[in-house]
Write a protein that binds this ligand. Structure first.
Ligand SMILES: [Zn+2]
Length: 330
């Protein structure tokens, strides 16, 4: 039978830098993949015969968290494009296999998937996500990798919620405007913290926000200023961010449950973290690869913002002990 759409009549595929946010199987051989791109925000695309084709999609090119080049052929009046093939970007960060780090990557992907839109440029989000992945890749070299990764995830989430329009005002009480309070609270649907006095009038259960967390929320909204929060404060922050994102998205997120389970089963590395932060505060992973200015050029190669050489200096064994997330699934 003759094909109804001969190759010649197809519009050409665009080569785009993109991050795989999610992937679903369709039938025995196809995937529907949702990408984040700088230029067009979300792009969902059908990957025909992707599960068989190592030539077009080898090297886990369609695994969630992968950042690479993709040849996307879009169709007018349709939200579903075709992805013809992918191409490894050697400059993209190699995300560690550590399960906690992978759960944090999954959280970042889930968050971005929930709040970005199709046909809506997403350069700040794209840059933030790539910087986050670069920092996570470097964080695995530190004495307390999961704690370092969770601090980075706090910084990412705080910044991303701001980009998405759901940032948390921490300076004043969002009800009465007061700047001083003996203790602070948060309600996921409120856009800021709540003072002790106003908390008494609200007839609902609120998150208690310790001072260290309030200060962390108050720091300048850059990813690299992720503060040295302890585990208990991170638990509170993660729980609150998860609730806030769920309220705004109107649905639950899956990855926080996975993270909680992993943290319950994993021994704490907090003592290592304390030693590390006392010895070398300037050497924290938050400061390491993040000082490189981000290229704003739309045409810049994906991930040009991440100083690949500085990441590699920290990761001499990067070929041995790191593989991309989701690699075992393909
Ligand atoms: Zn108040």
């Amino acid at each position: 039978m003759k094909k109804t759409h001969p190759q010649q009549s197809r519009p050409p595929a665009d080569r785009m830098g993109a991050v795989v946010l999610s992937r679903y199987s369709v039938g025995d051989s196809d995937y529907i993949v949702t990408f984040l791109t700088r230029e067009q925000g979300l792009v969902s695309a059908l990957a025909k015969n992707a599960r068989q084709s190592i030539r077009r999609f080898g090297g886990n090119l369609l695994s969630p968290g992968m950042a690479a080049w993709y040849y996307l052929r879009q169709r007018p009046n349709s939200n579903l494009a075709f992805v013809e093939r992918g191409e490894i970007n050697p400059a993209a960060p190699n995300l560690p296999m550590d399960p906690i780090c992978r759960a944090l990557v999954a959280w970042a992907l889930e968050l971005v998937r929930a709040f970005e839109a199709h046909h809506n440029p997403a350069e700040p989000t794209f840059n933030l996500l790539l910087r986050h992945f670069g920092a996570l890749a470097a964080a695995s070299d530190f004495a307390a990798p999961s704690l370092a990764a969770r601090r980075l995830s706090f910084g990412f989430t705080k910044c991303y919620l701001q980009i998405a329009g759901f940032g948390v005002g921490a300076e004043n009480c969002c009800i009465c405007g007061k700047k001083d309070s003996e203790s602070w609270y948060a309600e996921p649907s409120f856009d800021g913290l709540i003072c002790r006095q106003c908390e008494r009038f609200l007839d609902r259960r609120l998150h208690n926000i310790p001072n260290s967390l309030r200060e962390a929320l108050l720091t300048t909204a850059t990813h690299r200023s992720s503060p040295q929060l302890d585990e208990e404060t991170l638990n509170i922050a993660e729980n609150y961010f998860q609730h806030r994102a769920s309220v705004q998205a109107g649905r639950a997120f899956k990855s926080p449950k996975v993270l909680r389970q992993l943290l319950e089963n994993n021994p704490s590395d907090a003592s290592n973290a304390r030693r590390e932060s006392m010895n070398s505060p300037m050497n924290s992973p938050m400061n390491a690869p993040m000082n490189t200015p981000i290229s704003a050029s739309i045409n810049a190669p994906i991930n040009a913002s991440i100083n690949a050489s500085s990441v590699q200096q920290n990761t001499p064994n990067s070929n041995d002990d790191r593989i991309r997330p989701g690699s075992e699934g393909v």
